[in-house]
Design a protein around this ligand. Structure first.
Ligand code: BV8
Length: 243
């Protein structure tokens, strides 16, 4: 069922805490690829070759190449936050209650748009970390080619700061605490295929009794789990929702 405008007014009057989950669809109109659409990243690469801990052990050069290509795409000057990213940054400043933005995206477009209360649950493309000493630092072309960590000196541990399949997503305690206390949960631009993110709607519904809203180009895998849904491009739906 579509979201009733008076529901948002009621939630605003209550200063209801909001948790927003975003996925690759919100960055599509900025020019970045999604994963599971026909022209998506997983149509060109096999997940098991590039996005698992085993892939990095078996072929680190391919994994570095995969993420370096995506860094180059993200750093293209044509790639900028779009109207949906900006609208969510506005929501954070204008909403009377807490707004937590949880993104599965490893791009930096939410941050560039001005969102501050932001969790990158699957990591950040423009950071690199050391498996040996947990050094977390900004990615740099020469650093990625180093074999030794500049902090601990050990070789072979520098890896993209991303959460691969089989690894624990980041800041889960903080995310579940916010889900258990929210009045509104929104899911934007995600196909609902990857857990634990795909299960957040049920946590918000069952533990917090939250209203749940899906904004996406098309019904996601878990579309029936949402109380309300609206379908179309994020650059239209999200500003319309916020403003
Ligand atoms: C974990 C790396 C334990 C970073 C990514 C069975 C077997 C084996 C494993 C599992 C299993 N069941 C569950 C699992 C666990 C597994 C999993 O979910 N597998 C799936 C495939 C079944 N999950 C994990 O391993 C996770 N870790 O579970 O740890 C645990 C247990 C309990 C509690 C906590 C932890 C780790 C998952 C991390 C995966 N990392 N990638 C990278 O290289 O980017 S996943 C990858 O998918 C990306 O990170 C991406 O963010 C994520 C989600 O994809 P979406 O963002 O949804 O993108 P997608 O293309 O799918 O959809 C885009 C949507 O946008 C579409 O619906 C489209 O219609 C829409 N759209 C398009 N254009 C627009 C639009 N919408 C609006 N406007 C538009 N213009």
């Amino acid at each position: 069922m579509p979201l009733r405008p008076d529901l948002i007014d009621i939630l605003r009057d209550e200063a209801a805490p909001i948790v927003i989950l975003t996925g690759a669809g919100i960055s599509k109109e900025s020019g970045l690829h999604t994963f599971r659409d026909p022209d998506g990243i997983w149509a060109k690469y096999d997940i098991s070759d590039v996005a698992t801990p085993d892939a990095f052990v078996n072929n680190p050069d391919l994994v570095h190449h995969f993420y370096n290509d995506r860094r180059a795409a993200l750093l293209d000057s044509n790639i900028q936050p779009n109207a949906a990213h900006h609208a969510l940054a506005r929501l954070e400043t204008e909403w009377p209650g807490d707004v937590l933005l949880v993104t599965q995206n490893i791009d930096d477009l939410h941050g560039r748009a001005g969102s501050k209360n932001l969790i990158h649950m699957h990591g950040e493309l423009l950071k690199i970390r050391c498996n040996h000493c947990d050094l977390l630092t900004a990615w740099a072309d020469d650093l990625a080619k180093e074999t030794a960590c500049p902090a601990c000196g050990k070789a072979g541990g520098l890896r993209p700061h991303v959460v691969w399949f089989g690894e624990m997503p980041l800041e889960m305690d903080r995310i579940y605490a916010a889900l258990g206390d929210c009045g509104l949960f929104m899911s934007i631009g995600t196909s609902g295929n990857v857990y634990p993110a795909a299960g957040f709607v049920q946590v918000a519904h069952e533990e917090a009794g939250a209203e749940t809203v899906e904004l996406n180009l098309e019904p996601s895998t878990g579309a029936t789990l949402f109380d309300h849904s609206t379908y179309g491009p994020a650059t239209e739906l999200v500003p319309a929702f916020v403003d």
